[in-house]
Design a binder for this molecule. Structure first.
Ligand code: MLT
Length: 260
């Protein structure tokens, strides 16, 4: 069973973090939302305080683990927000159990698989980080600036360091397992095409991890979509523009409650 926290009371909202973080990734936006909603915030398998499974980690396993948390909390269905790898997980939940989704907010995420080039660069990163702690740190220091819009990190060096620290807190095998899981993930565009729930897209116009061009191809696939373009934002709206993200999520949750 995953480690998770719940904050607040009311309609359940599940928040799924990305790589290489844990549930604390949402800390900047939980104060406002927990006044209105019951937030369920898991650490994905192998992240934060959740154990890594003995079997190879897959997105399907990650999705099943979050569904288990929903079962334990007696949640029939919920609005689920997923950041990046958390969004891949949320889409996989929608593939396995669409009836558990009341609305899907994809925060800097995509339904596409990795390109061959991306898979190769992940394999290279895995080889590097598995060599030792110094190499793991080198990988994280290289990846950190890409998380933010160009220039943002200059004014916020603490955010870069926090990204590196999160990754350093995890065993290198866990980071490698996440990368293997992302390499092996399924295309979930059919999930969007068949969806009967609203889908929200939070898109960083300066996202260097999941480029807007990739995501903008997807937004028209679902029947109902809310597309939010964040002009001066990279891959981490939770840090780069938390006020707007909390507001947009709240508006989306209200919308999902009204129409379903
Ligand atoms: C994340 O933020 O979860 C990852 O950077 C996503 C990815 O590498 O595809």
């Amino acid at each position: 069973m995953l480690h998770y926290k719940t904050i607040g009371e009311g309609q359940p909202i599940v928040l799924i973090h990305g790589f290489p973080g844990d549930g604390s990734a949402w800390d900047n936006i939980t104060p406002g939302l927990s006044d209105k909603y019951r937030l369920i915030i898991p650490d994905l398998p192998g992240a934060g305080n959740s154990p890594l499974p003995e079997e190879p980690l897959t997105l399907a396993f990650m999705a099943r683990s979050v569904i288990e948390v929903m079962n334990k909390e007696n949640i029939k269905n919920a609005v689920i927000a997923g950041h990046s790898m958390g969004g891949y997980t949320a889409l996989e939940i929608a593939a396995q159990a669409p009836h558990r989704i009341k609305g899907l907010s994809l925060v800097h995420s995509s339904a596409h698989t990795d390109t061959e080039e991306k898979k190769e660069s992940r394999r290279k990163a895995i080889r590097l980080m598995l060599k030792g702690e110094a190499q793991k740190e080198m990988f994280l220091r290289g990846a950190a600036p890409n998380m933010f819009a160009p220039g943002f990190a200059d004014g916020h060096p603490g955010y870069l360091q926090a990204f590196v620290d999160k990754g350093m807190a995890l065993p290198k095998e866990h980071l490698a397992a996440f990368y293997e899981a992302m390499i092996g993930r399924n295309d979930t565009t059919d999930v969007l095409k068949n969806s009967r729930f609203p889908v929200q897209w939070i898109i960083g116009m300066k996202d260097q991890v999941i480029p807007k061009e990739d995501v903008l191809q997807l937004v028209a696939l679902s029947a109902v979509a809310d597309v939010q373009l964040y002009g001066d934002c990279g891959h981490l709206a939770m840090q780069e523009n938390p006020e707007r993200l909390a507001r947009d999520l709240d508006t989306f949750i209200v919308f999902c409650s009204e129409i379903v």
